[in-house]
Design a protein around this ligand. Structure first.
Ligand SMILES: [Zn+2]
Length: 331
């Protein structure tokens, strides 16, 4: 088990707190409706009375009572929906609000065999908690696809950037589609990190577990046998999260175990049929030279390549306003 009891309790306390906030929010909405649309609670009251009335009829042997009740309740539901619409409120305004529609903020769902299993939101919390001190990026601060514009690219490189963007969007749309791997390569500051962060965020929004680490951070984590918690638990996430993004491959401090660690990581992820994105400033020849023929052929066999052309956008965009600069921040 990857989490300590204490960490597990932390996550569960978070869910309890979220449920408490959800209940408060629901009560607030109910109070609001009571004040602004008094006809609404009256309809709810009417529905409760009808249920009791027809329930008694049914007990007395009146078989038509069930259908009659359904008809009346449907009519009331339509009137309630109309009232909400009249006041510009969503149809589900009085449904219990929650952060995760799949587990309703309980952290658990039923699998196909009816067993209680961790929801995707639990897994993402687990990853965040386990790796929060390990130099991984804070996923919630990631940028959106909507901030990307090919206009930030020099005209002569826009065509190739457009192709990469299309590839990235397809990757997200088709995810998980078995295992899809991408290698982003090209000069420093051409948008590789930024684009992969957009992809990470889009997939997290869809409920996939995503890990994002610099190559340096990842190898440090994998090679650290004295890692304070349960190393096997961390390895499990590195090998089996839905998407692993290894950023800036080639900038890490190389030791004799770096290459075997990368090989193991790619191998394990292939076994788990999970996707990986690698970004690197190295060119293909350097990649081959630095990471050996063995790792390189694994990458060639299983990755699709995308070359980021052009020069450092950070210098190019240096003349933009502060807001523009933040949306075009590259690594
Ligand atoms: Zn959930």
């Amino acid at each position: 088990m990857a989490l300590t009891n204490e960490q597990y309790e932390t996550i569960m306390r978070g869910y309890s707190e979220q449920q408490r906030l959800n209940r408060l929010e629901l009560q607030k909405r109910r109070d609001f409706i009571g004040e602004t649309i008094p006809a609404y609670p009256a309809l709810e009251q009417r529905a409760a009375e009808l249920s009791i009335f027809y329930g008694k009829q049914l007990l007395n042997g009146d078989e038509t009572a069930r259908d009659a009740l359904h008809k009346e309740l449907d009519a009331l539901a339509r009137q309630k929906a109309a009232l909400l619409k009249e006041h510009d409120l969503a149809n589900d305004y009085l449904s219990a609000p929650c952060q995760c529609q799949d587990c309703h903020d309980t952290g658990f769902v039923r699998d196909e065999n009816g067993n209680s299993v961790k929801c995707h939101c639990f897994k993402q919390k687990e990853i965040t908690l386990l790796f929060e001190t390990s130099g991984l990026f804070h996923l919630e601060t990631y940028p959106d696809f909507s901030t990307l514009s090919e206009n930030n690219y020099p005209a002569e490189h826009r065509d190739s950037y457009r192709v990469i963007l299309e590839k990235a969007r397809r990757f997200v749309a088709d995810f998980p589609a078995g295992m899809q791997n991408l290698l982003f390569f090209g000069n420093v500051g051409t948008g590789k990190t930024y684009l992969s962060a957009c992809m990470a965020k889009a997939l997290m929004k869809q409920g996939y577990s995503v890990m994002y680490s610099s190559a340096a951070g990842l190898f440090e984590l994998m090679g650290d046998n004295t890692f304070s918690h349960d190393t096997a638990g961390h390895m499990h996430h590195i090998f089996s999260c839905d998407l692993l993004i290894i950023d800036d491959l080639g900038t890490e401090f190389k030791t004799r175990i770096t290459v075997p660690l990368l090989f193991r990581c790619l191998n394990e992820r292939a076994l788990h049929k999970k996707s990986t994105i690698i970004s690197t400033n190295l060119d293909i020849d350097d990649l081959k030279e630095d990471y050996t023929e063995r790792v390189f052929s694994r990458i060639i066999e299983t990755f699709s390549f995308a070359e980021f052309t052009g020069t450092d956008l950070r210098y190019r965009n240096a003349g933009l306003s502060a807001t523009e600069k933040t949306t075009t921040k590259q690594a």
